[in-house]
Write a protein that binds this ligand. Structure first.
Ligand SMILES: NC(=O)c1ccc[n+]([C@@H]2O[C@H](COP(=O)([O-])OP(=O)(O)OC[C@H]3O[C@@H](n4cnc5c(N)ncnc54)[C@H](OP(=O)(O)O)[C@@H]3O)[C@@H](O)[C@H]2O)c1
Length: 266
């Protein structure tokens, strides 16, 4: 069965290769990125390379709530409601940067809160169309704990800590959503240690080819049996995340914090 699949951060690294692989399989792929010119170039290149014309590109900077709202508006207006949403976009920040009018630390915003908001806006629309699959790209180096009172505007910024905490948030959110909305198929995945710009900025490089990362995202998007939800996968196997990821109080606190940070009119 061919699906419509929205993948964020599809202009580079694992996301770009996953978009290619999903398009090769004949799916309708909606690539997201933040550089419109580059995104359209990749879209055209992918259409040509895969002979699949059903590839779209939507631009949105994930440091902007209004851009995320714009993305959802385009999806609705162009009737591109996805069967599967892959929240993949991510960064490793070496310096403290604060974004939005709330002054939110950039790693937390891009790696977690943007995917929270996109999912929050899209799920009701996906449900109207009976579409319910979400993949959150986390990491095996997610933090073992998090102090939620110090994530939005951290006092002593550390790029590694911010990254690890944002990846723990991806799993906390996955588990909260699975608990509250059991009809969803929402899971988190570690894509492997993959040679990308993100790995180079955080850890200096190394890692496997992007295809190994795409294998993991394709697996989580297309191959998990129905009824699999709230799980965390490493290398195509269900794995146990840090104990904190299973902490229901922490899941609820993160949800409440996220609801306070997103635009209040929604
Ligand atoms: N690589 C690894 O070893 C590894 C390991 C574990 C988990 N992961 C996770 O895998 C996911 C993909 O990472 P990657 O390694 O493929 O990194 P990447 O090659 O740097 O790709 C990241 C993607 O996110 C996009 N992005 C970054 N900031 C954005 C913003 N403000 N608005 C919109 N899009 C933005 C990038 O766009 P630009 O190209 O324009 O910046 C790019 O398309 C991330 O969630 C990461 O945490 C990676």
């Amino acid at each position: 069965m061919k699906r419509t699949i929205l993948i964020t951060g599809a202009t580079d690294g694992i996301g770009k290769q996953t978009a290619f692989r999903l398009a090769q399989l004949g799916n309708r792929v909606i690539m997201h990125g933040r550089n419109a010119e580059l995104g359209k170039e990749w879209r055209d290149a992918l259409r040509k390379a895969t002979s699949n014309k059903n590839i779209e590109y939507i631009n949105a900077d994930l440091t902007s709530f209004s851009d995320i709202e714009g993305l959802v508006e385009i999806i609705v207006n162009k009737k591109l409601v996805p069967d599967i949403l892959i929240n993949n976009a991510g960064v490793f920040q070496t310096n403290l940067e604060l974004v939005t009018e709330h002054e939110i630390e950039k790693t937390f915003m891009i790696n977690y809160l943007a995917s929270f908001y996109l999912t929050y806006l899209l799920v009701p629309i996906m449900e109207e169309h009976n579409k319910q699959t979400i993949v959150n790209v986390s990491s095996m180096i997610h933090a073992s704990n998090i102090n939620l009172s110090d994530v939005v505007k951290p006092t002593n910024f550390s790029g590694s800590r911010a990254y690890g905490e944002s990846k723990l948030c991806n799993i906390l959110f996955t588990k909260k959503m699975a608990r509250e909305q059991p009809h969803l198929k929402i899971n988190a995945v570690h894509p492997g240690v993959i040679d990308t710009k993100l790995l180079r900025s955080g850890w200096g490089g190394g890692g496997s080819d992007v295809n190994a990362g795409a294998d993991q995202l394709v697996f989580a998007a297309l191959e998990l049996p129905d009824g699999t939800t709230g799980k965390y996968f490493e290398y195509s196997n269900e794995a146990q995340p840090a104990e904190a990821a299973n902490d229901i109080i922490l899941q609820d606190e993160l949800y409440d914090l996220s609801m306070k940070l997103i635009p209040q009119s929604s």
